[in-house]
Design a protein around this ligand. Structure first.
Ligand SMILES: Cc1cc2nc3c(=O)[nH]c(=O)nc-3n(C[C@H](O)[C@H](O)[C@H](O)COP(=O)(O)OP(=O)(O)OC[C@H]3O[C@@H](n4cnc5c(N)ncnc54)[C@H](O)[C@@H]3O)c2cc1C
Length: 662
């Protein structure tokens, strides 16, 4: 299979290990005085956006940063709990750049681009140094060295963390770097601004239309380049662990302006979330993967066991991950752990009132830590209570905020009884297709962080999203943007009364007017919930052709109904959160259709994309490397019409194999 002619990944020649080094040294540069007259629009202020904006401004470019929150600090990245990977080998446990590269490619079920993943592994180490220099308070050992823990799909400890608040601390670091540039006048912040469209002139991205969310006013902004750092689209499922505001609008509008959408059906379902508790829920809560370092997952061996967890003796418990995957145990990758939980619950072994949950139990390791503490404290023959008390202190130190969160939500004490967990939508590996430079198929339009189709293939390993977002922002885009902007030094700022801006703004206004004029009978949430149900049931943890065909037809019907019967209160020229939501849900509906089309087209199982028809006898994902070793890049043609382009994935440095964690 050859890559479709419209796609050029621009992967540099040469051996894998030196591609990036060589490229960095030979990529075109922009001289300092020219940088000052080049304007870059950065949409999004999460880890990808803040790090990119701070870095580009530091280099001398004029930067504007947009986000819909009231402060860049509230970007969804703040929610990240567990940690960030880097191949520093501080534990001396066999880690290396190659091993991180290998784990990531294997974890993604051989559906990511080798050159990008290797670059990611190479720069990972620098991210930690950069963040430490900014003052990010990573956890440390007694002697002062940085601490590490394990995440899924690896056999080394390479995850750096700041208690259960790693994203928040990293974002504060990036935000400080950004504010420094704001203070120096190099960055203009545009909070409470939502990008509504990309403006293209002669095929190149030249700006955006943004809506001031407080006044409702539409604004035109010119940029020599536009960076979309707008996060993932997990909220297409309505219920997910994502922040409520996460949406696909920026990426989707870019898609409609010519940016191809990569692997839209690759969604990550995270195995350890607090289970759904009823119909009136609007959000799901993640229990960080870091908990799988010390939490053991099990269900009763007996079906429909109604005993309390602590009353079920050890020999009547099925630690099914340890049983099925002895080499990785509770730390198998997320897709594998999620499917295994679903399999047990579907087979009738689930726990809790809904029976759609499994246990995450800390008792074993609490006792282990307690014994270590007792020895350290010279306590001879401590009784079980003393041991558990000491152990709980250690567990509290490591995971205290996560345990508190669990207790607040469920009113159950996880120090005394196991957590109940179930898989939930968490992350989207799909996103805007980008080349090695992180440029989309629209020249001058880039996508960074979770918004691009990313380096994670069909399944992202834990603690790798923060790594990728910061790699893109701090280390990749500062170089690769030069390749494009060095050709733009003669382009003067284009006045925003240019007809492309005028037309784009008029289209945005027309959509707003249309939404407000429908005055139908159903709320925006009504449609969002129904969309989420369709996508979760038919394009969620498992899919099949029949269900996907049904889902495509249902989403089309839902779209027609939405545009006839949605009710959006208020007006355009005011703060109107229902209007904001309506625009986002309209885009989610269109994306939902494409996700199902993509899932239907990919007649294999890989990573998070599990087609019932393609599985091994043991129920594992069955890839078809002969026919599907490609990135799907969809081109928007017209309403409900998309054309598939394929980027062939070549593995020259890794032996492609059936994934095994046994
Ligand atoms: C609960 C939770 C915990 C997680 N924990 C971890 C972890 O421990 N380790 C890890 O590696 N990953 C983790 N992840 C994943 C990781 O947090 C995200 O993938 C990552 O933070 C995304 O960063 P980002 O910069 O790409 O986007 P985001 O942080 O989502 O930022 C998006 C930005 O875009 C802006 N934006 C979006 N649309 C528009 C628009 N139209 N106009 C203007 N602005 C717009 C928003 O305002 C925001 O500023 C976790 C995810 C969740 C949900």
């Amino acid at each position: 299979m050859a890559t479709t002619s419209k796609l050029n990944a621009k992967i540099p020649d040469g051996i894998l290990e030196s591609k990036w080094t060589k490229y960095r040294s030979s990529v075109h540069l922009v001289n300092p005085s020219n940088k000052r007259s080049l304007e870059v629009l950065v949409v999004g202020s999460g880890l990808a956006g803040s790090s990119a904006a701070a870095s580009l401004a530091e280099m001398g470019y004029k930067v504007k940063v947009f986000c819909y929150q009231d402060s860049p600090r509230r970007a969804h990245s703040i929610a990240a709990q567990g940690g960030i990977n880097a191949a520093k080998n501080y534990q001396n446990d066999g880690d290396s750049v190659y091993r991180l590269f290998y784990d990531t490619i294997k974890g993604g079920d051989y559906r990511s681009r080798e050159a990008n993943v290797h670059r990611l592994a190479e720069v990972s180490s620098g991210i930690i140094d950069q963040c430490v220099a900014q003052g990010v308070p990573f956890a440390r050992e007694y002697g002062g060295t940085l601490s590490n823990r394990s995440f899924g799909g690896t056999q080394v400890q390479r995850t750096f963390y700041a208690a259960g608040q790693t994203g928040q601390q990293l974002l504060l670091g990036a935000y400080s770097a950004l504010q420094r540039q704001v203070g120096m006048g190099a960055v203009t912040l545009m909070p409470r601004h939502e990008m509504m469209d990309v403006v293209t002139i002669d095929g190149k991205a030249r700006g955006i239309i943004a809506r001031d969310l407080v006044t409702g006013k539409l604004e035109r902004h010119f940029g020599h380049a536009v960076l979309l750092c707008t996060g993932g689209y997990g909220n297409v499922f309505y219920l997910s662990t994502n922040a409520m505001g996460c949406n696909v609008t920026a990426a989707w509008k870019a898609h409609k302006k010519g940016a191809f959408f990569g692997n839209p059906c690759f969604t990550q379902i995270h195995p350890t979330c607090i289970p759904v508790s009823g119909d009136h829920q609007s959000k799901l809560t993640l229990m960080s993967e870091s908990l799988r370092n010390d939490g053991r997952i099990w269900v009763p061996k007996k079906k429909d066991d109604t005993r309390k967890a602590i009353d079920i003796p050890e020999e009547e418990r099925d630690y099914y991950l340890e049983r099925r995957y002895p080499a990785f145990g509770n730390l198998v990758p997320r897709d594998v752990a999620s499917r295994a939980a679903k399999e047990r619950c579907d087979a009738g072994y689930g726990v809790g009132a809904s029976k759609m949950a499994v246990y995450l139990d800390f008792a074993f390791n609490t006792e282990r830590y307690g014994k270590i503490e007792a020895t350290k404290n010279n306590l001879h023959n401590p009784n079980k209570d003393e041991i558990m008390r000491l152990g709980k202190e250690v567990v509290k130190e490591k995971y205290g905020n996560l345990f508190d969160m669990y207790k607040q939500i469920t009113d159950e004490n996880p120090y005394e009884q196991p957590m109940r967990i179930y898989p939930a939508v968490h992350y989207t590996m799909g996103g805007l297709w980008v080349d090695y430079n992180l440029m989309t198929t629209v020249p001058g339009l880039y996508a960074l962080g979770e918004a691009n189709f990313s380096d994670h293939g069909a399944n992202r390993l834990g603690a790798s999203a923060l790594m990728q977002g910061l790699a893109d922002g701090y280390f990749v885009i500062p170089y690769t943007i030069g390749e494009y902007l060095s050709e733009e030094i003669r382009t003067k700022a284009i006045p925003t009364d240019n007809e492309a801006f005028v037309k784009s703004e008029a289209e945005v206004q027309a959509q707003i007017d249309k939404l407000l004029a429908i005055k139908g009978s159903k709320s925006v949430d009504n449609f969002h919930k129904r969309l989420g149900k369709i996508i979760w049931e038919k394009c969620g943890m498992s899919r099949d052709a029949e269900g996907l065909k049904w889902a495509i037809a249902e989403v089309q019907k839902l779209k027609a109904e939405f545009w006839n019967d949605v009710f959006v209160p208020g007006t355009a020229n005011e703060f109107n959160s229902e209007l904001e939501k309506a625009g986002r849900v309209a885009d989610f509906i269109e994306l939902g259709e494409l996700m199902c089309i993509d899932a239907l087209n990919r007649e294999e199982s890989c990573g998070g994309h599990f087609r019932e028809e393609y599985q091994t006898e043991e129920g594992e994902a069955l890839r078809d490397d002969e026919n599907f070793a490609f990135v799907s890049a969809w081109e928007y043609k017209a309403d409900s019409q998309f054309e598939l382009h394929k980027e062939e994935l070549k593995y020259e440095n890794i032996k492609i194999a059936q994934r095994s964690y046994k």
